[in-house]
Design a protein around this ligand. Structure first.
Ligand code: ADE
Length: 229
C-alpha cells in the first residue's frame, strides 16, 4: 500500500515510520510518504490559511493551496484524482473510524491523507477534492496529523508482514473471528499474584473449553459496549 500524507508537519511522521509494525509494512513493500503542502503554496510568505468569510475565530486552510499541492504532486486535477484513489480529509465531524472502515481501507492500494490545522478546511476541499472525510472521535484535536497517524497505524498493521505473528490480527478486538466483539481477557505468568488467580479453564490445556470460554467473555464484553454484530 502507498500512503501519502499532506501535512504542514512532515517530520512528525518519521517517528511513526520507525515503529516496528510500520517499519515491517514498509520493508514488505508499503510506503508512507509525507508532502509538506506549504512548499507548493502560490501565496507569499508560505501562507496556507486565511480568515473565515463571515467572521469568527481561527484560520481556515485555503482551497487554492491544496489544489496546487495535489496537482503538483500527482500531476492531475484533484477533482479527478479522487476518482482513482481514496483522498481522505481528517476532520472531527467525519465518518467515525472503526475496525470495519480500517479493514476497508486496508484493501486499498493507495491512500492520500489530508491533515487540516487551525479551524479546519475550506469546505470546498472536502466537497471537491476528498473522497472521504474521516474522524477518529467526536473531540477536536489541534490538527489532523495525530488522527492520520492513528489511521496509518490501524491500517498498516492489517497488512501482511506488519505484525510478527499473523494470528494477532485475525482474532483481535472487533474482528470477524470475534463477530465484531472486543477481545477476551488475556493472562500470563504468574498464575497467582497477590491472591488474584488466572481462571482455571485457561490452565486446563483443554482447547475446546478455552475457546468456548473466550467466545463467551468476548460476547459479554460486546454486550457491555452495546452489542457487537
Ligand atoms: N482533526 C481535528 N480533530 C480531529 C478528529 N477528532 N478526527 C480527525 N481529524 C481531526
Amino acid at each position: 500500500m502507498e500512503i501519502d500524507v499532506f501535512t504542514l508537519f512532515p517530520e512528525w511522521f518519521s517517528w511513526l515510520s520507525q515503529q516496528r509494525h510500520v517499519a515491517n509494512a514498509i520493508a514488505a513493500g508499503s510506503s508512507l510518504q509525507c508532502v509538506d503542502f506549504r512548499r507548493y503554496t502560490p501565496l507569499g510568505g508560505g501562507q496556507v490559511d486565511d480568515t473565515p468569510f463571515g467572521g469568527g475565530a481561527g484560520m481556515v486552510l485555503r482551497v487554492d493551496v491544496l489544489d496546487r499541492a495535489l496537482q503538483a504532486h500527482y500531476g492531475v486535477d484533484p477533482v479527478q484524482l479522487r476518482e482513482r484513489r481514496r483522498v481522505i480529509a481528517l476532520a472531527p465531524a467525519g465518518r467515525l473510524l472503526d475496525e470495519r472502515l480500517v479493514s476497508e481501507l486496508a484493501q486499498e492500494p493507495e491512500l492520500t491523507l489530508l491533515c487540516g490545522r487551525y479551524e479546519g478546511f475550506d469546505e470546498r476541499i472536502l466537497e471537491h477534492f476528498a473522497s472521504d472525510v474521516i474522524s477518529i472521535g467526536r473531540y477536536v484535536l489541534s490538527g489532523g496529523e495525530v488522527a492520520a497517524m492513528v489511521l496509518c497505524d490501524a491500517v498498516l498493521r492489517k497488512l501482511p508482514g506488519a505484525l510478527g505473528d499473523e494470528r494477532s490480527a485475525l482474532e483481535e478486538s472487533f474482528s470477524e473471528a470475534l463477530d465484531g466483539n472486543p477481545e477476551y481477557p488475556h493472562y500470563t505468568r504468574p498464575a497467582e499474584y497477590r491472591g488474584w488467580s488466572v481462571p482455571d479453564v485457561l490452565l486446563s490445556g483443554h482447547h475446546e473449553q478455552i475457546a468456548r470460554w473466550r467466545a463467551e467473555r468476548s460476547r459479554e464484553r460486546g454486550e457491555q459496549l452495546g452489542g457487537g454484530r
